[in-house]
Design a binder for this molecule. Structure first.
Ligand code: F6P
Length: 358
């Protein structure tokens, strides 16, 4: 019986448990056994894991979070900051390989974003067989059309916008609603479009405060007393990211762009608008995965197992035009997928008279 290790690393994401359960449910009848490392790569380095039997994964697919828990960065950080590849200490890689061998592992299924998968690619060079599964609520991995967790994040934001609409209209207020999206504004764009925002501000494009303020004023002149502005956390105000904190342990923690913008508007037109700020933050990451994400996650789990069984290694499973394929991990981690001026939803928002920067 071949033994496979499963790990997820980086931020959690709705649908992780469905990937884990499906890989195990698909692989067990094929003659594989599984163990799951706790807290990502740290579990592989420390030798902390749980046995992933059919019993253990029963009834978890609909649950948010991950039964394996997860950790960001740590000793196995494959990328630094906004994406510069990080060469992992060869001793750490050797330790990971030794531990995998000692546990009798035939290979690994690694679920993560581009940092995790870049680390995986380095481990593969040390001779461990490995299949990757893309994970990020931001949906910004170029190699795949869609990542699980994205639809759930968008729905959380849309639900919030629906609620904010009624309170904003009742009190003639301008609301700034901050969504996650470090390098790419997909969550903001989709949520803003579905949730009837009046403006969507994206990290992909330059932001002009005067232009934006003109837009707000124009709405007022047209007698529109309330407004909802969706702001991606990665929006660059005065060409700079807004961060909550910088820690040596991880990437810059983004947050505060919408609040900063609210203050800038108030400085430009003091007292003209009654404004409030809502940061959706990690509510977009937690909770129950919606049906599309469960199905996508299950497809990823099954396809990772099948790719492994076919003998593919150092590949990532990807969804392209609704078909599951595999791509070399090196290719998968190369490019970010960002909103562009020809993105359908960007054009749709503009056609529907939503203000979009860029
Ligand atoms: O990469 C996904 C993401 O959700 C980003 O949009 C966000 O900036 C980041 O994770 C926040 O992660 P954490 O709070 O875990 O550092």
């Amino acid at each position: 019986m071949k033994k496979i290790g499963i790990l997820n690393s980086g931020g959690d994401c709705a649908g992780l448990n469905a990937v884990i359960a499906s890989a195990v449910k698909c692989g067990t009848p094929m003659g594989y056994s599984f163990l799951g490392f706790e807290r990502g790569w740290e579990g592989l380095l420390d030798g902390t894991y749980i046995d992933l039997t059919l019993d253990r994964v029963r009834g978890i697919s609909h649950l948010g979070g991950t039964i394996l828990r997860t950790a960001s960065k740590g000793r196995f950080a494959g990328k630094v900051g906004s994406g510069d590849a990080n060469k992992i200490d060869p001793d750490i890689l050797a330790l990971a390989k030794r531990n995998a061998d000692a546990l009798g592992l035939d290979g690994l299924i690694v679920i993560g974003g581009d940092g995790t998968l870049s680390a995986a690619a380095q481990l593969a060079e040390h001779g461990l067989r490995l299949v990757g599964v893309p994970k990020t609520i931001d949906n910004d991995l170029a190699a795949t059309d869609k990542t699980f967790g994205f639809s759930t994040a968008v729905q959380v934001a849309v639900d919030a916008l629906d609620k904010i609409h009624t309170t904003a209209a009742s009190q003639d207020r301008t609301f700034f609603v901050e969504c996650m999206g470090r390098h790419a504004g997909w969550i903001s764009l989709f949520a803003g479009l579905a949730g009837n925002a009046n403006a969507i501000l994206l990290p992909e494009f330059a932001f002009n405060l005067d232009h934006f303020v003109d837009f707000l004023q124009q709405r007022r002149q047209e007698g529109k007393m309330s407004a909802i502005i969706v702001v991606a956390e990665g929006l660059r105000l005065k060409d700079q990211l807004t961060s909550k904190a910088e820690t040596s342990a991880s990437e810059v923690v983004l947050g505060g762009a919408s609040e900063k913008l609210m203050h800038l508007v108030d400085e430009t037109m003091p007292g003209q608008f009654e404004m409030r700020n809502v940061v959706l933050g990690h509510t977009q990451r937690g909770g129950t995965p919606m049906s599309q994400d469960r199905i996508l996650a299950k497809r990823y789990g099954i396809e990772a197992m099948l790719a492994y069984d076919r003998g593919e290694t150092n590949v990532m499973v990807a969804s392209r035009n609704n078909r599951m394929v595999t791509v070399p991990i090196g290719e998968a981690t190369k490019g970010l997928k960002r909103v562009g001026r020809s993105t359908y939803e960007y054009l749709a928002a503009k056609r529907l008279d939503i203000y979009v920067n860029g």
